[in-house]
Write a protein that binds this ligand. Structure first.
Ligand SMILES: *[C@@H]1O[C@H](CO)[C@@H](O)[C@H](O)[C@H]1NC(C)=O
Ligand SMILES: *[C@@H]1O[C@H](CO)[C@@H](O)[C@H](O)[C@H]1NC(C)=O
Ligand SMILES: *[C@@H]1O[C@H](CO)[C@@H](O)[C@H](O)[C@H]1NC(C)=O
Length: 437
């Protein structure tokens, strides 16, 4: 029965991995050598927005203090060593007017030492600085934008300040201006000679899908791009993003690879909208989507449990896998359980068992065979959150995972040396009892 069911289905996981790798090898990509794995760091927007009231709220307003503080936390609390290196400014950092020479300038009250001094400090702490611009007459928050004519000048300004990453938003510009401006900024950044990771919001303004969005072109000019709307501090928002990315994975998944990534937006773990289980789910799902891991939370006050989720070493290793293959949703059960798979280097893979149920922990029974893993293989499995190891899981073995409501069970698994004679002696599917994991 299993064989018959598989014949019309997907090829085995390894075949898929190889096919995806070949597609990636042929795709042209932005050749600035940056973001070979998804960028990791911190981005101000979701948590701190456009709060510019430094008199009422000096701790949390968009000011140099916020970025100096976060740089210290990234450097001192174990984040930097795990790869969280970018500290990224978002909207509302600049003065309301350009200066006499037409140059963008930071708000003098909120950034009295200027962006260059902030970049120098960030670099001295072994970190990198990102900044925000907007291709248009104004930024989304109403600050001076970068019209097509200003692209080269602003690229020069950012490079002179020592900026390492640019997020270029797309408020207040036409489709034509975006089609001209986004590639122009790629050229302008390159012409500065400074390596600057380039994050494009362009596709999010075009609905995120072909024919309007050309993912081949995006991969040639941008290191990452926002495909879809902004994340908000809620589980509904996380689900809407996961739904959209899964529904369109046939278009989106092949577009990602080393140097060029889909960006489902920031991690909101550590804020107010997600439960513990939901936080673990966002981290797992973003990791398997090969998403940039840009936290937007207050690192000065983050809880130990949120920090533990964000600092899970095996999770980060999976997110940063050098093959850079984005995962896919491979199962969508009628009873609101989904399975996601990401192929990894050295024949390993990551699996997520995700429950959207809202009743109670759900016992989900399946087998690697049902998930199209190759026959007659024996796996070593590590549970990414509990660390528990299961040795000797055969493709045909039924197993049961217990998935909490709006939670995940996440596995890292790789084939053990194949004991062919054992498989022959016991016959296929030799396991008797389902393993309870
Ligand atoms: C500019 O582009 C060239 C050719 O793609 C590349 O080799 C070089 O590394 C790029 N330089 C920067 C600073 O991005
Ligand atoms: C998409 O962009 C690529 C690279 O610039 C180009 O070769 C291709 O013709 C474009 N595709 C469409 C449908 O416009
Ligand atoms: C696994 O479960 C299926 C029913 O879902 C059953 O047909 C099959 O025999 C089981 N396999 C093993 C090895 O127990």
């Amino acid at each position: 029965m299993r064989r018959a069911a598989r014949a019309g289905g997907l090829p085995p996981a390894w075949g898929l991995a190889l096919a995806w790798a070949l597609i990636l090898a042929r795709a042209q990509a932005l050749e600035n050598g940056l973001a070979r794995t998804p960028p990791m760091g911190w981005l101000a927007w979701e948590r701190f927005r456009c709060n510019i009231d430094c008199e009422a709220d000096p701790q949390n307003c968009i000011s140099e203090k916020l970025f100096f503080d976060m740089a210290d936390r990234l450097a001192e609390d174990g984040w930097r060593e795990l790869g969280y290196k970018y500290i990224n400014i978002d909207d509302c950092w600049s003065a309301k007017q350009r200066d006499g020479a037409g140059q963008l300038v930071p708000d003098p009250k909120r950034f009295p030492r200027g962006i260059k001094a902030l970049a120098d400090y960030v670099h001295s702490r072994g970190l990198k600085l990102g900044i925000y611009g907007d291709l248009g007459t104004l930024t989304c928050g109403g600050y001076p934008g970068t019209t097509v004519d200003c692209v080269e000048q602003d690229a020069q300004t950012f490079a002179q300040w020592g900026v390492d990453m640019l997020k270029l938003d797309g408020c207040y510009s036409s489709e034509e201006e975006q089609a001209e401006g986004y590639p122009k900024m790629a050229k302008a950044l390159n012409a500065t000679g400074r390596p600057i990771v380039y994050s494009c919001s362009w596709p999010a303004y075009q609905g995120g899908l072909p024919p309007k969005v050309n993912y081949t072109l995006l991969a040639e000019i941008c290191n990452l791009w926002r495909n879809y709307g902004d994340i908000e501090d809620s589980w509904d928002s996380v689900l809407s993003i996961v739904d959209w990315f899964s529904a369109h994975q046939d278009v989106l998944q092949p577009a990602a690879g080393p140097g060029h990534w889909n960006d489902p937006d920031m991690l909101i773990i550590g804020n107010f909208g997600l439960s513990y289980e939901q936080s673990r789910s966002q981290m797992a799902l973003w990791t398997v989507m090969a998403a940039p891991l840009l936290m937007s939370t207050d690192l000065r006050t983050i809880s130990p449990s949120a920090k533990e989720i964000l600092q899970n070493r095996l999770m980060i290793q999976i997110n940063q896998d050098p093959l850079g293959i984005q995962g896919r949703r491979i199962v969508k059960e009628k009873f609101h359980v989904e399975v996601f798979l990401r192929p990894l280097s050295q024949a390993a893979s990551a699996l997520i068992f995700f429950s959207r149920r809202t009743d109670m922990p759900f016992r989900y029974t399946t087998s690697l065979a049902k998930l199209n893993f190759p026959d007659n293989t024996v796996y070593e499995v590590q549970d990414v959150y509990s660390g528990k190891i299961i040795s000797g899981l055969k493709t045909g073995d039924n197993f049961t995972v217990v998935i909490n409501p709006s939670g995940v069970v996440m596995w890292y698994l790789y084939p053990m040396v194949q004991p062919w004679c054992l498989v022959r002696q016991q016959g296929p599917g030799g396991g008797v009892h389902p393993l309870i994991l």
